[in-house]
Design a protein around this ligand. Structure first.
Ligand code: SF4
Length: 332
């Protein structure tokens, strides 16, 4: 089967079990069984990825949809995803692919994906919709080929990966949007069925090696506390106050039926964040007000206007504000 490809990052044990070292779950997997992500399988004492080339969705998306607001604003990117996930968020919006390793998919060789990106005039390839890091072998083959052809590689990820494979991903990564789902170990343990510390490590490691933006979905009853948000803001500000932070509104989905996040709370978090961070954006709200456009932190000029996914560059050239010359670090 062409989607079963020998995996990277595992140790074979004498007793026939394998130890996967791709993500912090560090699953020990018996012969014939899969790991927590549901897509890495022990076949006779070796680990295989069951999803090499298995694509559940492919579309040309506005890059703002990833969301990436400071990376080739206004461009479109070929976006692909697979199935399976190493997290178990009860409110997942893409649960039909992330939580179903048997979800329908079609096989595409890496060369097919790169050709589709080039044929469609895409700025690059976005690995998105489900968790790209557990698609490691395929993502790496696509990204290597994409880089050779001058395309950019974008990852929309939960950040749950071990340092060694992350280092390999970063060789070909141009941009990442990393989810910071909560700022409590307890929440990550109970809701995501993972841990927070490795996600923070991923953000630290990626920052400086590729363009990074962060997203936090504020979920009713999970992380909608101003104390927790302030801790998150302080952590991001200490790393780099210029990292764009997308604060997004939750809507009921999958197994989680608490009411949608209070809009006023989202606005208050945005206002609080804007005291310490240069670029704060509000997502999943029809009128994001002051938190939709990009403003120059030096002179206040609006450099990019956004209405939904419609983008108008108003005062930006080569990533610099044309009104005052301030370098905003935006890739253009
Ligand atoms: S990538 Fe999958 S199999 Fe490997 S450690 Fe993580 S959850 Fe387990």
């Amino acid at each position: 089967m062409r989607s079963m490809v020998k995996a990277k990052h595992f140790d074979a044990r004498d007793d026939g079990r394998v130890h996967c070292t791709l993500c912090p779950h560090l699953c020990t997997i018996a012969d014939g069984r899969v790991g927590t992500c549901g897509v890495r399988k022990n076949e006779k004492g070796a680990l295989y990825t069951a999803i090499y080339g298995e694509v559940t969705g492919m579309a040309m998306d506005p890059i703002e949809k990833k969301p990436l607001y400071h990376f080739y604003p206004g461009s479109s990117i070929l976006s692909i995803g697979t199935k399976g996930c190493n997290f178990r968020c009860a409110y997942c919006q893409n649960w039909h692919i992330s939580q179903d390793a048997g979800a329908r998919s079609s096989y595409y060789a890496p060369a097919d994906i790169v050709k589709a990106a080039l044929d469609n005039g895409s700025v690059g390839i976005a690995f998105t919709y489900s968790e790209p890091f557990i698609w490691f072998e395929y993502v790496q083959d696509c990204a290597r080929l994409a880089r050779e052809k001058g395309l950019k590689n974008v990852y929309v990820t939960n950040g749950y990966i071990n340092p060694a494979p992350l280092d390999e991903i970063l060789e070909y990564a141009d941009a990442m949007n990393i989810d910071l789902k909560a700022f409590r170990e307890d929440t990550y343990r109970k809701v995501q069925k993972g841990t927070l510390a490795p996600v923070l490590e991923t953000i630290r490691a990626a920052h400086g090696r590729c363009h990074v933006e962060l997203t936090t979905l504020v979920v009713t009853g999970m992380n909608d506390s101003m104390d927790e948000m302030r801790e998150m803001i302080d952590w991001i500000a200490a790393l780099d106050p210029k990292i764009p932070w997308h604060i997004s509104r939750y809507h009921p989905s999958y197994k989680y039926d608490a009411p949608a996040t209070d809009v006023d709370f989202i606005y208050r978090v945005c206002a609080e964040a804007a005291k310490k961070l240069s670029f704060v954006y509000c997502g999943n709200i029809s009128r994001a007000g002051n938190f939709e456009d990009t403003k120059c932190p030096s002179c206040g000029a609006t450099v990019i206007e956004r209405r939904g996914y419609r983008v108008r560059i108003t005062a930006l050239r080569g990533g610099t504000c044309t009104a005052c010359g301030h370098d905003l670090g935006i890739r253009q």
